[in-house]
Ligand binder design. Structure first.
Ligand code: UD1
Length: 429
């Protein structure tokens, strides 16, 4: 299993280019199943989750061409299988995003029920309830969710999500795009990735209004067609590099990003003593202020508030801030696994329910640590970059799921980081 070796203490300086958003590319690739025509997606990040999603499309019978590394041309003309197998779902929960489009276009879908994962139980009950409201019959058959639209086509309905769910909103949007009549989603997720998916679907001929707000209206159409679309920049990768600049005391110019998708993160980092200049609508210049970092509390909440996907990175930053910060996680029940590894590096963190209290500033020391999930791995990399001595991070396959060429990008900024495969250093990613 691959590991990272990081020798900390170097301020990161230079420019970094942000890739396409993983969490937007995943539903957009799933959306290609809604039409027999070719859909071309640009700026698809080259990360493991997208390779898995591509495999899922191919297993279902779609043809996926990549004329360029980050361009996917998908033609889902001959779909004969309507099933996302356990083998794929277990490695990537976002495979459940195949349910909505398959059910919408073919009136049937079977997806293995995702099991528990490192950051909590993560059920899909809200997706399934919404499909039932759209007229589908949903049953559980030996660990698989089997959904069928009685007459082959879903019927528009009013869906009021009792809890905000990102992939749930996406699944319903895709299913309802081809349903008969109008669907209204209330308490919809407002994440930028939802807006991006709606933009693609509308280019394909869907009639969706209100994406990006809490009420989305979808007027079902008979069929969808081909389209071209460029995926938005990854806001979590952007936020991670912002923390990298601040935690190492360096200065990073972050290019090809969307600061308007990071309003809450930018505001919180500024409060904590990070200087952030918006050089233009797609470029940020980030450095730690001369006064140093100050401890500031944070609570994760659905967009437009502070994202749970930045919680682990923010916790690492707070180990370097003066004072006591409470980090409250309200989205996932078990998302503090990075805390114990940070403590092993010398951080002072105590956990009480869904609140982690970080007392800083601590001089972190290199250690052998284990990555437990995608964003936790990012937090450990950040901690290692400012720690004294050498850190070995094991199980970095988690980080490969969502961060494109992270070793190269950090290396270009002056970090002393290398990937070890079976103990041996390997070259460029
Ligand atoms: C998405 C993101 C993930 C991010 C999360 C929250 C993708 C591929 N992943 O995950 O990176 O951390 O949003 O911003 O976009 N819930 C239920 N029942 C359901 C669905 C969700 O109880 O049917 C709960 C979840 O357990 C969680 C909360 O709702 O507590 C929010 O989850 P959700 O927004 O659905 O997360 P994902 O879409 O899985």
């Amino acid at each position: 299993m691959d590991k990272f070796r990081i020798r900390g203490g170097k301020p990161l300086r230079g420019k970094v280019e942000i890739g396409g958003a993983k969490n937007s590319a995943l539903p957009c690739l799933a959306a290609t199943l809604l039409t027999a025509e070719t859909v071309t997606l640009h700026n698809v990040p080259y990360v493991k989750d997208l390779i898995t999603q591509r495999r899922l499309l191919e297993d279902l019978g779609a043809t996926v061409l990549t004329p360029e590394l980050r361009t996917h041309k998908v033609t889902a003309g001959n779909i004969e299988v309507f099933e996302a197998p356990y083998e794929l779902v277990k490695t990537m929960r976002a495979s459940v995003l195949a349910l909505g489009p398959l059910l919408g276009r073919f009136g049937q879908a079977k997806v293995s029920l995702p099991g528990g994962c490192a950051i909590g139980t993560r059920p899909i009950d809200l997706h399934l309830k919404a499909f039932e409201q759209l007229g589908a019959s949903v049953s559980l058959e030996s660990g698989d969710v089997v959904a069928r639209a009685p007459n082959g086509r879903l019927v528009g309905a009013e869906i009021d999500f009792e809890k905000v769910t990102v992939t749930g909103t996406e699944n319903v949007m895709m299913a309802a795009a081809l349903a008969k009549g109008k669907t209204t989603i209330k308490n919809a997720a407002e994440e930028p990735e939802i807006e991006d998916l709606a933009e693609l679907l509308n280019k394909m001929g869907a009639r969706i209004k209100g994406a990006g707000t809490s009420v989305i209206e979808i007027e079902g159409v008979e069929s969808l067609g081909g389209a071209q679309h460029t995926i938005i920049p990854d806001r979590i990768e952007t936020g991670t590099f912002m923390v990298a600049a601040a935690i190492t005391g360096g200065e990073i110019e972050i290019k090809s990003c969307r600061p308007d998708h990071l309003t809450a993160v930018i505001a919180k980092l500024r409060e904590a003593g990070v200087e952030i200049e918006e050089l233009n609508s797609s470029t940020l210049l980030v450095r730690r202020s001369a006064g140093g970092l100050k401890a500031k509390d944070v609570t994760t909440e659905p967009h437009p508030h502070f994202p749970t996907d930045m919680q682990a990175q923010y916790m690492a930053l707070m180990t370097q801030a003066e004072g006591e910060a409470n980090v409250v996680e309200t989205i996932f029940e078990n998302r503090f696994m990075h805390a114990s590894e940070l403590i092993r590096m010398g951080a002072d963190i105590s956990i009480n329910g869904n609140t982690a209290t970080v007392r800083g500033r601590s001089q972190l020391m290199g250690a052998r640590i284990i990555a437990s999930d995608l964003r936790a791995s990012a937090s450990l990399v950040l901690a290692a970059l400012c720690a004294e001595g050498e850190t070995i991070i094991d199980r970095v396959y988690h980080i490969d799921r969502g961060y494109e060429t992270i070793v190269r990008k950090l290396g270009n900024l002056g970090a002393d980081i290398e990937r070890l495969t079976d103990g041996l250093a390997v070259g460029a990613e």
